[in-house]
Design a protein around this ligand. Structure first.
Ligand SMILES: Nc1ncnc2c1ncn2[C@@H]1O[C@H](COP(=O)(O)OP(=O)(O)OP(=O)(O)O)[C@@H](O)[C@H]1O
Ligand SMILES: [Mg+2]
Length: 249
């Protein structure tokens, strides 16, 4: 079953065409990893999925709602049900880790303070950060910052969690921990996840499905095994990180 679908979407910035008749199914309860060259439009696809961007043409459908039918209030409501872990954790520097994670609950729910404290505690525990809850973001390592960003993205039990480059620039051990955290959170929340990543080892470890974006459209889609066996020379060149092949450099 699909949780979401990008259906024949085209999108340009000025005269730069980013997506051209692009379609992608996001299967419910799965982790879908989106790969592709830098600047190919991966982050743009995440922004389409949470309604931060509108397509020039085509439709974005999430849980059988066409996002173009939502007016501003409906869109704000909709966005609250989606967690977004940004590439740069984007925490507020002036708030402690716990207060950063509590923010979506304080702003968007009627939970009592004691309930908020408990939920923040459980969420920080699930990403292994309970012990640093009173620290400021500037006192965390890069991997901890990412996990704090995950905690904030999932604290209100979203049905869909979007991760933009969750492991980029981190060491292999932290990468492993973050990859496991994404898998565990997906199970615990019984949610659906879309992960943009350049980290093939991490993708192979967590993806139920992989989609490759190239020149505005999804050129390959399947399980890890199917992607690895893809006969498409563009996919093979990308996976092998080779300079030689059909991808224009
Ligand atoms: N708000 C914007 N205004 C103008 N151009 C934009 C805007 N957002 C994205 N772009 C352009 O659209 C293209 C796709 O951007 P996007 O951020 O989606 O790529 P990406 O695949 O996430 O790249 P990366 O791997 O480097 O993060 C890029 O060429 C980018 O410069
Ligand atoms: Mg990006």
């Amino acid at each position: 079953m699909n949780f979401a679908r990008i259906d024949g979407v085209s999108l340009s910035f000025g005269d730069k065409v980013v997506l051209q008749n692009c379609s992608l199914d996001i299967k419910a309860g799965a982790i879908t990893c989106l790969i592709g060259l830098s600047g190919s439009g991966k982050s743009t696809i995440l922004r389409l999925l949470n309604g931060l961007r509108k397509p020039d043409s085509g439709r974005v459908i999430v849980k059988s709602t066409d996002l173009s039918t939502l007016r501003s209030e409906g869109l704000i409501d909709f966005r609250r049900k989606i967690g977004f872990a940004f590439q740069f954790a984007a925490l507020f520097d002036s708030l402690s880790v716990a207060d950063n994670v509590a923010l979506p609950l304080r702003e968007n729910t009627k939970m009592k303070p004691s309930e908020i404290d408990r939920t923040v505690h459980v969420t920080l525990e699930s990403v292994g950060l309970e012990h640093v809850k009173d620290r400021m973001p500037s006192e965390l390592s890069g991997g901890m910052l990412k996990r704090a960003g995950f905690a904030r993205a999932v604290v209100n039990n979203p049905e869909l969690v979007l991760y933009d480059e969750p492991t980029t620039g981190l060491d292999p051990i932290i990468t492993h921990i973050l990859t496991d955290t994404i898998k565990r959170l997906r199970r615990q929340l019984n949610s659906t996840a879309v992960v943009v990543s350049h980290d093939l080892a991490s993708i192979y470890a967590m993806a139920d499905y992989v989609a490759m974006l190239f020149e505005g459209a999804i050129i390959e889609y399947g399980t890890v095994e199917e992607i690895q066996k893809s006969p498409n020379p563009i996919v093979q060149q990308f996976l092998q990180g080779s300079e030689v092949g059909p991808i224009p450099l």
